[in-house]
Design a protein around this ligand. Structure first.
Ligand SMILES: [Zn+2]
Ligand SMILES: [Zn+2]
Length: 907
């Protein structure tokens, strides 16, 4: 076994992905493979899965940083720990987390911590940078002895001394340390193991490995000498290296010492269990002692408050509840409802719902969504079924600027069971070529002159373009074709094999980042699942990313940020109006605005393409709005789906003849939604719901790599045959069945999601219709860039608003709503005058607020002239007319400005 070993998770020091390395280990005849990255456990899940995939035993560990006693500003000595079992894995995580609290670059382990968390762990003395090696190097034999004795006291038989048969940059040092260590081990009856401390898989990847160090600015001479041979060895290579290195160093034959050390590796392998992550499944903390009862009462209370606790709703709730009960998901719903309602109670604006959670009436009853799935005809089975078994995703939109409050709430509420989630920053074309360019002869920094910088930048852009040409939509790189291309060969010869290095580093780990939206929640102690990292703000993060967490059965909650929620919160505030969705979806004035395509500024209905759809389909009800939203994607547009929809709507009698009309009534017989496809598959094709899911997921999945394509075609054929067979049984002809299957495969969209998002649109339209000034005020306030102000002002005037130009007596720094003769108007801000700036505008406004309006230009000049409001600013204000004291002139200018705005066309 290659025990002490690094991969890409040792940042800029290890090379190779878990999947490649496990495969290689298998090829080399290893039956197990260790992992021990520097100071982190990031790669453990991927290592575990890759080993399982290749039929070898994963040994999970970490090469951490050790100090006998904590000292400030000391990086610590290397030390390796490996988990024998679940207890050991927990303790490794606990050591990393406790070590984080006293970290210096990396978590620091001390004797005290090791004593506390040693159970289930194997400890090995690590490399030349280990404490033992350093004692031996300085010939502090009694200190070394004391250290070993202490380790044996803690770990017993599970402490091993590492012997690394590799030369390092300091001549003869490793050899000398090895000899002393073996002698000491014999004296103290401690076992030794041979380790490689390999930092890559294959020998031939050395040039790329070096490049990686060069990118990080490491000392290449040292790396070259110490790591040249540190690729993954077979057991026999390790053994031979040892024998060669220490031929005559011992009384006993070197061969028998070497053999014993290989056997000791096997002993470690046998001590470790195969399946540390086995039986991990999605478990959540218990929300209450009787979650079932609590959930029931909350559902009832919720629907009663909405005035909907009637027979029809009760019937649907009962169906949904039975599924949730069978699956045991009570706590999940209670936990989500708890933080969503907490957010609402604390004035954080929450989206009405997204994804298939909109299809769940219980989610509506609990306040998780505002989507009444019964009212909008949304099928629960798209969201959850007894045969689905996996926890559903309930993603929630929160106003972006306050989302972190919700995350903090969940973290604090389930302390010890939660953490924010890490994300792996991988090398993509941009960051990789940028990194490589610096060390492959294409610098763009101050070391070279400007012309050269320009040339190099152009060359870099061209190289990126070339690389991108060989990457498909899923990000998969076609290495061979890229390397064979004429351009690649040219670039390689000119720039130090830049393309070769690119192909080897593409998609490898570059840094560990954080995932903004996710929170992991575990049933048991979170340290049973993952080690934790603490950032400089004290936030706790998992060591794994979303994918890894999912693979070991950790539930995550997604709290997404949506800017529109901020606007809607503002609108609620300035208008004092917040209508319920049930009413506005049938409001004639609102629907009429959709019908006319008067949707500029409205969430998801702003662009021309979708306005055209609304007009085309003669949108006159909320169902049409949902359909327009769902069809506003490149697929259905290129297929002329809106035209078909419109036609069916007009020729409804003809549309009714369609064999699947019963399942597509809401869209006049046009297949648009995933929910419809599921029903057609089940009720016409006689398929199982599971197969119906597969058909649904198939749609839009055609563009993939060659292998995936073949697999896709096989699956498609299988599902096609099932459908056709079932449909014939249900009375269709073969041709009809085949036609139907092919029609379905064209396009589909989750109706629940389209419905939830269309509710946001309708809410926006409510404000645009009844409070246009406030609507455009909110749009402008939250506009991402100031260049949009003019455009938005123009739209506002078209909606009947009056926009006043900046004026020292009326304006604030930025746009505000001002009442003029009883009407709300938009008053542009002083800082919008080019060259005036926020600071000067603020001073003027503050002076006016302190000492009253300005009575004349001179009065303004005398009161405001300062270092910030300087002559230039005052001149600009005057030239702009913002210090005009003749009211008639100002009003005339405003009138002229407004009619010019109405006349302008931006789209
Ligand atoms: Zn080391
Ligand atoms: Zn190491």
């Amino acid at each position: 076994m290659d025990l002490h070993r690094h991969d890409e998770c040792s940042s800029f020091d290890g090379y190779g992905k878990a999947s490649e390395l496990a495969k290689l280990a298998k090829e080399l005849g290893h039956t197990a493979l260790g992992i021990s990255n520097h100071g982190n456990t990031n790669g453990l899940v991927q290592h575990y899965l890759a080993c399982k995939e290749n039929g070898i035993k994963p040994v999970l560990g970490c090469e951490g940083y050790f100090l006998p006693k904590y000292k400030e500003q000391h990086r610590g000595y290397h030390l390796c720990l490996f988990a024998k079992n679940k207890v050991g894995y927990h303790n490794l995580n606990a050591l990393q987390y406790e070590g984080e609290k006293q970290k210096y670059y990396n978590p620091i382990w001390t004797f005290e911590l090791l004593e506390k968390y040693h159970e289930g762990l194997i400890c090995t003395s690590a490399c030349i940078a280990g404490y033992l090696s350093q004692c031996l190097k300085e010939d502090k034999l009694s200190q070394a002895e004391k250290y070993i004795k202490k380790m044996v006291e803690i770990f017993g038989d599970d402490f091993y001394i590492e012997i690394q048969p590799y030369k390092i940059s300091e001549p003869n040092l490793q050899e000398m340390v090895n000899v002393k260590a073996i002698k000491l081990a014999r004296k103290l009856k401690v076992k030794c193991v041979l380790t490689s401390d390999s930092h890559r898989g294959r020998k031939e990847d050395f040039p790329t490995y070096l490049k990686m160090h060069e990118v990080a600015g490491h000392d290449l001479n040292h790396i070259e000498e110490t790591y040249k041979e540190r690729y993954m060895p077979s057991d026999s290579e390790l053994y031979k290296r040892f024998v060669k290195m220490h031929k005559k160093d011992f009384k006993e034959s070197t061969e028998s010492i070497g053999k014993r050390m290989i056997l000791n590796l096997k002993e470690i392998e046998d001590k470790c269990v195969e399946d540390i992550f086995k039986d991990y499944e999605e478990i959540l903390p218990k929300y209450s002692d009787d979650s079932e009862k609590l959930l029931k009462s909350k559902i009832k209370k919720g629907l009663e408050e909405k005035g909907k606790w009637n027979k029809k709703y009760q019937e649907r709730v009962k169906q949904e509840f039975n599924v949730i009960k069978t699956l045991g998901f009570h706590d999940y719903f209670l936990i989500v409802a708890d933080y969503v309602n907490w957010a609402k109670e604390h004035g954080i604006n929450v989206g009405p719902g997204r994804g298939s959670a909109c299809n769940c009436l219980i989610a509506y009853a609990l306040g998780i969504t505002e989507v009444d799935s019964l009212l909008f005809g949304l099928d629960f089975r798209r969201f959850l079924r007894e045969d689905k078994k996996k926890l559903p995703d309930i993603d929630i939109d929160f106003e972006t600027s306050r989302r972190h409050e919700v995350i903090d709430y969940v973290i604090n509420k389930y302390k010890g069971h939660t953490a924010r989630i890490a994300s792996y920053g991988l090398y993509k074309v941009d960051n990789l070529i940028n990194d490589l360019a610096k060390v492959c002869g294409l610098p763009t920094d101050k070391s070279i002159d400007e012309t050269e910088v320009r040339n190099n930048k152009k060359e870099i852009a061209d190289i990126k373009k070339l690389c991108n040409k060989y990457i498909d939509e899923d990000g998969k790189l076609d290495k061979e074709s890229l390397l064979c291309s004429r351009e690649a060969k040219l670039y390689n010869s000119q720039y130090d094999d830049i393309i070769t290095h690119f192909t080897k580093l593409y998609f490898k780990m570059r840094f560990i980042g954080t995932h903004a939206a996710g929170v992991a929640v575990t049933g048991g102690d979170i340290l049973d699942y993952t080690a934790l990292r603490i950032d400089k703000n004290g936030n706790i993060y998992t060591n794994y990313d979303l994918n890894d967490m999912e693979n070991i059965g950790v539930v995550k909650f997604d709290m997404l940020g949506l800017g529109t929620m901020e606007e809607l919160g503002e609108l609620k505030g300035v208008t004092g109006s917040n209508p319920i969705y049930d009413e506005i979806v049938v409001d004639e004035k609102i629907i009429d605005n959709f019908n006319k395509g008067n949707t500029i500024g409205v969430f998801q209905f702003d662009k021309k393409a979708v306005r055209d759809i609304l007009i085309k389909i003669n949108c006159n009800c909320f169902d049409d709005i949902i359909a327009a939203n769902a069809m506003n994607r490149p697929g259905p547009l290129s297929l002329h789906m809106p035209e078909a929809y419109a036609e069916n709507k007009i020729n409804i009698d003809e549309a009714k003849q369609s064999l699947y009309y019963d399942y597509t009534k809401e869209s006049y017989g046009t297949v648009i939604y995933q929910e419809q496809i599921q029903q057609i598959c089940v009720y016409i094709g006689g398929m199982s719901w599971g197969d119906a899911d597969k058909v649904m997921k198939m749609i839009g999945g055609q563009s993939q790599s060659e292998d995936a394509k073949a697999e896709f075609e096989r699956n498609k054929k299988e599902l096609h045959d099932k459908f056709v067979k079932g449909a014939i049984k249900n009375g269709l002809t073969k041709q009809q069945a085949e036609e139907m299957f092919n029609t379905m495969l064209v396009y589909s969209f989750n109706k629940g999601h389209a419905c939830g998002y269309s509710l946001i649109s309708v809410k926006e339209m409510y404000y645009k219709t009844y409070f246009p000034t406030e609507f455009w005020f909110a749009k402008i306030k939250y506009a991402p860039n100031e260049d949009d102000y003019d455009k938005f002002c123009s739209y506002a005037t078209k909606d009947g608003c009056v926009v006043f130009l900046p004026h020292i007596n009326y304006s604030n720094e930025r746009m505000r709503i001002r009442k003029v003769e009883g009407e709300n108007c938009l008053q542009r801000g002083l800082s919008e005058i080019k060259g005036v700036g926020e600071k000067a505008a603020k001073e003027i406004v503050e002076e006016r607020k302190r000492n009253g309006i300005f009575t004349s230009y001179d009065n303004f000049y005398d009161r405001c002239k300062s270092r910030v409001v300087n002559e230039k600013v005052i001149r600009l204000i005057k030239e702009y007319g913002a210090s005009e004291f003749d009211k008639n002139i100002y009003i005339k200018r405003v009138t002229k400005y407004n009619s010019s705005l109405i006349g302008r066309d931006f789209k």
